[in-house]
Ligand binder design. Structure first.
Ligand code: 5AD
Ligand code: SF4
Length: 454
């Protein structure tokens, strides 16, 4: 790190001003948290935060979960190249999941010669050293590790907002769903030690954080491989007990590992937000098997029913993939059937995207794009209709909302998030940002409420 501080000072001297750095994030919450680490490193090194990609150093934290993310990156790089021609001291850094794919790194090396630094998900903590080497005069610095080595706990972090924060509890994934590239680019599942997690949460609380989002590719299998056994339910309870923390969320839950203990903790612990994201992916048992999800349609329905019975005010959301290889109209009807029966508050719907190296990419019977598009539109229509009926069922109640922002469209109004993840706009000023206030939910508007302070 000292080396980077020196090199940044020399860079500043060359430019004749404090250099700026901008980190752009694609993809999931996990990447968002990694970007906070990248920003922390850049800030400690002496960079000022840039507002956009006109900054001197542009870091792109990439995602590769679906193909369109990759294409967007390459489009974007062309634009950055023209900016770099005008400003030759500009540095372009690529990292994140896409850089764990050897073919993509080869493409960047070959075709995008203006990219200065490349690293992957496993060696993020080496960023100071790699950037220092580039600033010190090395031409291009590429370093990607195939597998993780040690877990580095002490990285600086610069939070996006002061009042809430993600906290990693595990990295990687062992599930190998047959469509998914995550296990290949994020490696095997490793859990952080509970004492390290709790120490981080305590420090965040001391620093003014009131809402924590526990992050893992599959939080429900947390604890596997640790010296002292602990379950996710136990960890969640311990996180809730940290003074100063008022709300706890978590992401993502795999249905096959969601325990009764977890449901019990969620039901009795008021700090756990009334929101559960439980990806179902498909409603067809046959397709679920081909996806290697290890649950059935009936299993998912039973689990969703059990959770809703135990926690009636919980909002349930999901992920659904349309057009997985071999998906027939009957399979798709099973998906619609689950959506109708569970009545999700909202759902992210995805068109299946073949990822090189995953088993599904070479399965026979890839579904024709026109067929997939038709199914996707029908599914979207259904999830939106049900979501707009379900998600605002607390109309008329008074619930606590964490104020996140002023409402840009309406001066004198702020935007808050309810525990169930639904947004509410109500009267108030910027002094409320970061505070939890009680709000009466007066009007339902599609997917959000208008309310007033109770
Ligand atoms: N194609 C389409 N969607 C995918 N997802 C993961 N991999 C793919 C893929 N290859 C979706 C899943 C997952 C979410 C984060 O992204 O629904 O839950
Ligand atoms: Fe991908 Fe499945 Fe792991 Fe989620 S659980 S990251 S979908 S392999």
């Amino acid at each position: 790190m000292e080396h980077l501080v020196e090199m940044t000072a020399a860079y500043a001297a060359r430019l004749g001003r404090v250099p700026t750095a901008f980190v752009q994030t694609f993809g999931c919450q996990m990447n968002a948290r990694d970007s906070e680490k990248l920003r922390g490193i850049l800030q400690d090194a002496g960079f000022a935060e840039g507002a956009d990609e006109t900054a001197d150093v542009v870091v792109i934290n990439t995602c590769t979960v679906r193909e369109n993310a990759n294409e967007r990156l390459y489009g974007h790089l062309g634009h950055l190249n023209s900016m770099k021609r005008e400003h030759p001291d500009k540095l372009i850094v690529l990292c994140g999941c896409m850089m764990q794919e050897p073919d993509e790194v080869a493409r960047v090396r070959r075709t995008y010669s203006f990219v200065d630094v490349v690293f992957g998900t496993h060696n993020l903590y080496r960023f100071p050293e790699l950037l220092a080497r580039r600033l010190g005069g090395e031409k291009r610095v590429f370093e990607v590790w195939e597998a993780p080595q040690e877990m580095v706990e002490e990285l600086p972090k610069k939070r996006e907002v002061p009042y809430k924060s993600g906290v990693n509890i595990s990295f990687g994934c062992d599930n190998f769903c047959s469509y998914c590239i995550v296990p290949y680019v994020r490696g095997r599942e490793r859990s952080r030690r509970p004492e390290d997690i709790l120490e981080e949460v305590r420090r965040l609380a001391a620093d003014g954080v009131i809402e924590i989002m526990l992050l893992g590719q599959n939080v429900n299998s947390y604890g596997k491989g640790l010296a002292e056994p602990i379950t996710f339910a136990q960890l969640l309870e311990q996180v809730c007990a940290v003074p100063g923390i008022e709300r706890v969320r978590f992401m993502t839950s795999h249905p096959k590992d969601l325990s009764d203990d977890l449901i019990a903790v969620m039901a009795r612990e008021p700090k756990v937000c009334r929101h559960l994201h439980l990806p179902m992916q498909s409603g067809s048992t046959r397709i679920l098997k081909a996806m290697n999800r290890r649950y059935t349609k009936e299993g998912y329905l039973a689990l969703a029913g059990k959770i809703k019975a135990a926690i009636p005010d919980l909002h349930l959301t999901t992920d659904i993939i349309v057009g997985f290889p071999g998906e027939t109209e009957e399979d798709f009807q099973e998906t619609l059937d689950v959506v109708r029966r569970v009545r999700f508050d909202s759902a992210f719907t995805f068109i299946y995207s073949p990822r090189t190296g995953t088993p599904a990419a070479s399965m026979p019977d890839q579904v024709a794009p026109e067929v997939v598009k038709g199914r996707f539109a029908r599914l979207l229509d259904l999830v939106q209709t049900i979501g707009s009926e379900e998600s605002l069922r607390e109309l008329g109640q008074t619930l606590p909302a964490l104020v996140e922002d002023v409402d840009g469209a309406h001066p004198g109004r702020v935007t808050g998030r309810l525990g169930n993840n639904v947004m509410v706009h109500f009267d108030g000023g910027p002094e409320l940002i970061g505070r939890i206030v009680d709000v009466s939910l007066d009007e339902a508007h599609g997917f959000y409420y208008i309310g007033h302070r109770a």
